[in-house]
Every structure is written in structure tokens, then in C-alpha cells.
Ligand binder design. Structure first.
Ligand code: SF4
Length: 85
């Protein structure tokens, strides 16, 4: 699954997701450091808000990606396009 934020794109490869073995680290990280836009649905992480709302409220803290690397299977990628000026 993927969704956009104000300046980035978050991609979660659900095929490689090891939930619940990771304790849903990304969802917890979003509650702790982000804006609580992730939820658990059918045993996997899912958007808790509409894609439009995610663009508006996501604070781009990157905690989901880091926590998935630390406690999960490293299947979250936050892509931030870099512009060379
Ligand atoms: S932290 Fe990674 S492995 Fe765990 S639920 Fe989130 S995406 Fe899946």
C-alpha cells in the first residue's frame, strides 16, 4: 500500500510485512511521533484517514520507516524526491 504526504510518498510492502510478530511497530510509532494516521486492519497496517487527509496532516516524521527497520521486516520506504538546484 502507498500514500502521499505533503512532500513525500510512503510505501508499505504488505507482502513482506511480518505483523503481528513486530507488535505493529509502525502503527505504534505513528501514534508516538506522528499524527496517528495508521491503524490495524485485517492484521496489517492500513491508513486510518483518507489519502487526502494523509497529505494534509502527516508530519513526515519517518518514525514508521525507522521502527519497521528496528522491530519489523524493513518493508516501509519513505521516498522524498530531491530537487537539484
Ligand atoms: S512495522 Fe513493518 S512489519 Fe510491522 S506491521 Fe508495520 S509494516 Fe508490517
Amino acid at each position: 500500500m502507498r500514500f502521499r504526504t505533503r512532500t513525500a510518498e510512503v510505501i508499505i510492502n504488505l507482502d513482506g510485512c511480518v505483523a503481528p510478530d513486530c507488535g505493529f511497530a509502525c502503527v505504534k510509532a505513528c501514534r508516538l511521533y506522528g499524527r496517528n494516521i495508521l491503524k490495524i486492519e485485517d492484521g496489517k497496517p492500513a491508513l486510518a484517514v483518507s489519502p487526502q487527509e494523509a497529505v494534509r496532516i502527516d508530519n513526515e516524521c519517518l518514525a514508521c520507516e525507522i521502527y519497521c527497520q528496528w522491530y519489523g521486516s524493513g518493508v516501509i520506504e519513505v521516498r522524498v524526491p530531491m530537487e537539484v538546484v
